[in-house]
Design a binder for this molecule. Structure first.
Ligand SMILES: NC(=O)c1ccc[n+]([C@@H]2O[C@H](COP(=O)([O-])OP(=O)(O)OC[C@H]3O[C@@H](n4cnc5c(N)ncnc54)[C@H](O)[C@@H]3O)[C@@H](O)[C@H]2O)c1
Length: 340
């Protein structure tokens, strides 16, 4: 792993290479099928070696950063936290920044900061991303007033912070609507122009809780697992359709010190530190500039997420207890309760 880039962090660009499938009718041509099997296997082996060598080289040689000046970047949930910081970072690259949030005052402040950071233009819109019709209506307004969005950052998020049986149904529904379903509607609204131009970038701010289940975060984890699965599947759908100009970045951070998870504690801060918002925003923009598909923070999440899938269940639970995963939510207060 280099700079948060795991071996499989980038999708191979060429999905259009010939693939040899054998239909039921081909059984009378075993020679051709064996030949195809060998050719394809050799091709896969050689490409696999090359992709690993390429990854290794990039441990030492930084990847080329793309120029995003002039791109139209839309960030949902831009009224605070990492949404605001990402807006400032994107602005510093000379982009046109479009902000969405339900917090008008927060957005005004973000707009001011983004302008100071160098945005060509800043536009902000009140939009409740959990409401499909509102997403479509405000998206149409953005297309009319600003133009086509070429970098879409689905960042808006909420957390219930209650044990599943204590969480009101309405809050569970809202969590799924904001953290995952909103992604469907924004993609539906902005993807057509990206597909037409074969150009764009889709950024999904998910969570490490979208890779590993957490005691006390059932609805949040479900919504973030959905966000990861959705972004990953659309990335593959685009690639399979030859739309390799549309990139995807899936972001899975551990706790960030923005206030959203106030009260939560980490057992081993050197292994699983609470992340600084500024650091997270910078890493996300770097991942976008270098077309990195998966960004997990801190780096130990790469290891923990992969161990989860290969360790015996009992050992996984032992490791979870050791890492404090069973108690991270014990002291959760969240931003709202703190403000009350
Ligand atoms: N803070 C963490 O520890 C942490 C960890 C991993 C992932 N994340 C994810 O990062 C993203 C940003 O979180 P943050 O820490 O900056 O929190 P935050 O609360 O500061 O930011 C979330 C923003 O989303 C907005 N929002 C909420 N509901 C909305 C809706 N229906 N429509 C539009 N906007 C809405 C809020 O007003 C707020 O401005 C979230 O998706 C969160 O789940 C956060």
């Amino acid at each position: 792993m280099a700079d948060g880039v795991s071996r499989d962090a980038r999708l191979p660009l060429d999905c259009a290479h010939p693939v040899f499938y054998c239909s039921a009718g081909d059984t009378n041509r075993p020679g051709r099928s064996i030949m195809n099997f060998f050719l394809e296997t050799i091709q896969v082996l050689l490409l696999s070696i090359w992709y690993n060598v390429e990854s290794f080289i990039h441990l030492f040689v930084p990847r080329k950063r793309k120029n995003i000046a002039g791109e139209v970047v839309l960030i949902t949930g831009a009224g605070s936290g990492i949404g605001r910081l990402m807006a400032q970072e994107f602005a510093s690259h000379g982009t046109v920044v479009v902000l969405w949030d339900i917090n008008q005052e927060g957005m005004k402040e973000t707009a001011k900061l983004a302008k100071q950071s160098g945005a060509t233009k800043v536009h902000y819109y009140l939009c409740d991303c959990s409401d499909r019709n509102e997403v479509y209506r405000v998206a149409d307004q953005v297309k009319r007033e600003v133009g086509d969005v070429s970098i879409l950052v689905n960042n808006a998020g909420i957390v219930t912070g209650k044990k599943f049986m204590d969480a009101p149904d309405s809050l569970i529904e809202k969590t799924v609507e904001v953290n995952s379903m909103a992604h469907f509607w924004t993609y539906k609204a902005f993807l057509p122009a990206m597909i037409a131009n074969n150009h764009g970038h889709l950024v999904s701010i998910a969570s490490s809780a979208g890779l590993i289940g957490v005691n006390g975060l059932a609805d949040y984890c479900a919504s973030k697992f959905a966000a990861v699965g959705f972004a990953e599947s659309i990335a593959l759908e685009l690639l399979a359709n030859g739309k390799d100009g549309i990139k995807t970045t899936i972001v899975c951070p551990y706790f960030i010190n923005t206030g959203m998870f106030d009260g939560c504690q980490t057992k081993w801060p050197s292994l699983l530190p609470i992340l600084k918002p500024d650091y997270v925003a910078k890493k996300i923009i770097h991942a976008v500039l270098t077309d990195q598909v998966y960004l997990m923070m801190p780096k130990s999440i790469y290891l923990i997420a992969s161990l989860k899938n290969i360790l015996p269940m009992k050992q996984g639970i032992l490791l979870g207890q050791y890492l404090g995963a069973f108690n991270v939510m014990d002291r959760f207060t969240g931003r709202n309760r703190k403000q009350e």
